[in-house]
Design a protein around this ligand. Sequence first.
Ligand code: NAP
Length: 542
Amino acid sequence: MAEVPFDPSTDQGSQADATRQLERVFQSMPNEIHLFLFSRKDRDDPFAQAIRQVVRAFREMTNKITFREYGLDHELARKWQVTDGPTLLFEPEKYNIRWYGGPLGEEGRTFLELLIYLGLGKSNISEQAREVIGRIDEPRQVKVFVSPTCPYCPQQAVNAIKAAMEKPGQISLELVDIQCRPDLAEQYSAHSVPQTFANDVMIAMGAQTEELFAASLLKLEQQTVFIPETEDELVEADLVIVGGGPAGLTAGIYAARSGLKSAIIERGALGGQVATTPVVENYPGLTSVGGKTLVDIMVTHALEYTTIFPGEEVIDIEVGRPFVVSTSRRKFHTKTILLATGATHKHLGAPGESRLLGRGVSYCSTCDGMLFKGKKVIMVGGGNSAVTEALHLRNIGVDVTLVHRRDKLRAQDFLTRLLFEARIPVLWNTEVREILGEDRVRQVLLFDNQSKETFTLPLDGVFISIGYEPAISLAQKLGLALTEEGYIQKDAHHRTSIDGIYSAGDVEGGYKQIVTAAGQGAEAAMSIFEDVINPYWKREAG
Ligand code: NAP
């Protein structure tokens, strides 16, 4: 708030000093501020009283605030669609900002900031957040649930105020005090504050930075890391990394620290498989961490060094000096390329599997598990992933049975022990023959490969976690040599069969652990650095 010489969150000395400072702030503001309170005539609400008191106190400092109060039956209530009270409207001819509640407790800070921005006629939003808000081209009805005792609420409320002031025609805001409107809190299950909804979708639990709030509002889903976007049509780099999983992110950090200009391109979710892993317990330094949290930590770290282009798919790579990498949005000219494309989940190939995908069939327990709370599902697979995900499902209250095709699990002993301790039933030597159901999964047809009997099991969901296949379509397009198992063939320096193209992570095969992928990313970046300085292809040619 560079132009506002008053920070309501800090102790500015005595009350009298603060009042004088505020008077000066209001005096310097160009605009009048019009407030309208709509309240019930039949009861004198403590929130309405608080609003009157606080507004009166401000009006003693400045004549720039006007205040009108009406009943809910007044024509202005109809005009501005106010149906319940107390509802406070701010500049309703210009903005759609309403408050169910009042400036009590911590919310006093929100109220003061709102008045200042209205008086200034601008929101003082950051440039990055403004750019993201500018890209919203459909209406957003925002609700921020707050309470007077919540110290984090003003930050989120102010984020929403700034957005509503930036795009008044498109973004409307309701600040909902959960004590004033317990009915709305109940309706939205907003049992913790701050909680933010847009178009009735929950987009944030807790307070966010302005930029993250803007990104969540744009995408209508909670964003946890803000990645600045660029319109550049051509990006020059020393290294383009394809894939934003642990290998790619680590390579980005190492490359930049060596002095290389790197860029990471990721078509899907940053973090790859880790992003959907419920809990990670074997990453050194973090005893137990949610997969998505670990990804956020890694992405935030990588952003200190490198540029990330999320949601962009590499559609073509022209081999040459430089390489030309084309994505759906731009071109990159680069000296080297690292393929860290990871792996994608394997399919069972059972009838019904693809038809019922998203209707009971899922490959991601972290994403979809909650939808099956209290319901019966199977988890197919016997490796670390299947066991970790079965444990996650059990923890969130899903009735899960593991179905494995052999009589011994492939998962580590530690995880196997946890599975048995959690008393998760296991159907051994059992294969899925068909997934049945018209509109959604209703039952599975199973085959006991010992007794050779088939039987059906009624259930609501089939989770499949039977391993991964390397994502090699780009490698194939480039004509890179592959191993017999179908992974990218590389040497000890992570060099592939084309000079200047390298690989790292699960696409190379091997142990496929987060920590090994990160290690391979670091190794590849260091070897790329050495080769950029002193290219082996020139050395060997000479
Ligand atoms: P995985 O270790 O390859 O295990 C795949 C499991 O699915 C195996 O039990 C396999 O059975 C079964 N399977 C494969 N194809 C099948 C089919 N067509 N029908 C039925 N079952 C089938 O895969 P993952 O568990 O996804 O793990 C992938 C990699 O990530 C591994 O290297 C793993 O160690 C790693 N990871 C590590 C952790 C951790 O350390 N916490 C967590 C997750 C993943 P068989 O046993 O009979 O072959």
